[in-house]
Design a protein around this ligand. Sequence first.
Ligand code: ADP
Length: 538
Amino acid sequence: MWSTMQDHPLTITAIMRYGTRICGEAEVATFTGDGMRRTSYAELGRRAARLANALRRLGVDADQRVATFQWNNTEHLEAYLAVPSMGAVLHTLNIRLAADQLVYIADHAEDDVVIVDDTLVPLLATILPRMKTVRHVLVTGEADLTPLEPAGKELHSYEALLAAEPDTFDWPELDERQAAAMCYTSGTTGNPKGVVYSHRTAYLHSMAACTGNGFGLRAADRVLPVVPMFHANAWGLPYAALMAGASLLMPDRFLQAEHLVRIIEDERPTISGAVPTIWNEVLRYAQENESDLSSLRLVPCGGSAVPESLFRAFDDLGVRIVQAWGMTETSPLASVAHPPPACPDPWRYRVTQGRIVSGLEVRVVGDGDTVLPADGASVGEIEIRGAWITGSYYRDEDPSKFHDGWLRTGDVGTVSPDGYLVLTDRAKDVIKSGGEWISSVELENLLMGHPDVVEAAVIGVPDPKWQERPLASVVLREGATTSAADLRAYLADRVPRWQVPERWSFIAAVPKTSVGKFSKRTLRRLYAEGALEVVETK
Ligand code: ADP
């Protein structure tokens, strides 16, 4: 028999309505480098309506892709609400990708309109002429549009367009399964692939973020998404904030530690999400300047493994980092490392990639696609399925990424009987030495626990005897004189001797990807080209 319950579509429109009507007193505040410019959620709703009217007037009347080329700011949030709610598809472009990749992505998604921040006009100008499908460009702020003129697109001032439109819009009834937004993977390990989120998956994902086992967002929270809105939708924090009626603090282009700390001290956010490299910089700045980060009750951190030293240093500042794991393909929130209640050894759980969130399932798969036990010991590729996991890529047949309805994550690790994941590596980064596996992530985390090490990235390099051996690229604290031999001795106390790298490279900074992760691809290339100065010690 069927239920008696109403079949009400789960849509971003519903999230927007709740946030902007019921919680109209909450605000989105964007940092200007000097102070904050503030917009109430009630006003945000009116501006989203103006934007929808403007886009409709430009011919966006179906599932056209409206791309954003923006920092985390109020206008980007307006697009997040207006575009999907009017039935079009929001496409967040990663402003840090290489020009060729951006052009490829915009063409592949067939972007029709681009909304660009005034501060990003010079960057967009370099690629706009090659973006074939784009018809209209909306420029926020007070930018000079001249650099965009040679591209031959129709150029508009965002504010002038909005000012000319009414502040209500007849939001259509949408099917919850229709496309709402799309995001391309950042291509850390290959060409970008498009993932298309539906209204339903965005809604369910936001609910998961709002649960206590997720990030527990509520109206009293002030949320600072440092993770870009073009990187897996800022981990879903913007929609979750609207759903919870929590205020949003947007850093715009001011992502240096000094600015972030100022926003934290002045605006007192309670939640802030960013990748470990950002928190590492914030930590050093806060320690040097005795900054007050105590307003933060929860700091979701992920995108790459969080070194234990980072948790401990933030604990000392009274700030709780919680590790989370996910990927563009998983919306992205998939697991969060809250330890189980009354657990005698919370550290055992805090350093994991987290416990799978309700609504999703994970499993470990070994050679020949055999499903291995979730016993916390069997190591294999992690596969995932569930209510907000992609089932394919957009216009890109890649059956090798899927397996019997599960997504192959490309991450290698274990799952414990109580659903905690421990990742040892990405499949492509695992180091195979003489037939045994060495976890690059484990070596990196241990090295970054050394008091003189600021950053450490470990890659596998060819070795005549063992096929592959680890090479550690290390950034030392300024003035430190620690040697490769010292670091070898330090590791030898912590991992089996055969895992300790013989090859060391001391560098000024680890190269980063467009979303701030260690770029092992770049390191491998530099090594292959002989551009890394390597010392060998045994
Ligand atoms: P890209 O694949 O281009 O880096 P994503 O942002 O989608 O783009 O990255 C997802 C990947 O990031 C995961 O598959 C995983 O390898 C890594 N990752 C995310 N969170 C964590 C974490 N907490 N610990 C280790 N790796 C993580």
